[in-house]
Design a protein around this ligand. Structure first.
Ligand code: HEM
Ligand code: HEM
Length: 165
């Protein structure tokens, strides 16, 4: 069986992941502060410690959501959107694969840095840069769909826009 749009569950997990990504951006500065405080001889702010935990839990949820989404799309494939050039379809598939891979490796390296090997922190930071690049590509791609081709792509993720074909 195949589908033409993502299921309600897949759509919810997509937007929840976006929200959790914003949580990661909000909480990460607290991690640096908790690590630096002892070096400056000041006590760790308990709220920063809390935000550090929130970062780890939210990252863990992002991992679980990515795995569930991969399972959902494997179980019921979604027919890909149309592109005017076939090469763009390949680029889109590769970008989605890279996004899923990054969403899985980020929590793994974050966990490794926190509990097992400190050097994983650098990989974690580099992966955040890769994620930013992929997200810019992702959002630019969506904008081309909805502003230039006006093919109603966002409807596949549950958002119905006006002025689409
Ligand atoms: C943290 C931010 C985001 C991440 C990690 C992310 C990740 C992904 C991934 C991995 C897919 C592929 C789904 C699949 O084929 O299984 C996808 C699809 C999609 N995303 Fe995002 N996304 C993010 C933010 C956004 C935003 C801000 C928009 C809207 C501007 C958006 C719109 C879409 C749409 C419309 C699709 C469906 C594409 C299709 O029809 O195949 N995403 N997203
Ligand atoms: C997709 C999930 C995640 C995202 C998007 C994310 C994002 C970030 C960002 C933006 C930073 C700051 C990088 C910088 O200093 O420029 C960071 C640092 C960090 N994150 Fe995450 N994170 C995720 C998951 C996790 C998880 C699950 C854990 C722990 C269990 C974690 C632990 C850490 C630690 C310890 C640092 C500090 C790294 C260092 O300074 O060496 N992260 N994260």
């Amino acid at each position: 069986m195949t589908r033409h749009t993502y299921s309600g569950l897949h759509q919810s997990l997509h937007w929840a992941t976006f929200a959790l990504f914003l949580v990661q951006l909000w909480t990460y500065p607290a991690i640096g502060r908790t690590h630096h405080a002892p070096h400056f001889g000041v006590p760790i702010d308990p709220f920063d410690l809390f935000l550090h935990q929130v970062h780890a839990i939210s990252g863990g949820l992002i991992l679980v959501f990515a795995i569930v989404r991969l399972w959902l799309r494997h179980r019921t494939p979604v027919i890909p959107p149309r592109f005017p050039y076939p090469a763009l379809s390949t680029i889109s598939k590769l970008a989605h694969l890279a996004l899923y891979t990054t969403l899985i490796l980020l929590p793994i390296t974050g966990f490794l840095k926190m509990y097992i090997i400190s050097a994983a922190g650098l990989v974690h930071i580099l992966l955040t840069r890769l994620l930013y690049v992929l997200l810019v590509l992702h959002v630019v791609g969506v904008l081309v769909h909805i502003l230039i081709w006006r093919d109603g792509l966002l409807e596949r993720m549950g958002i119905k826009l006006p002025l689409q074909r």
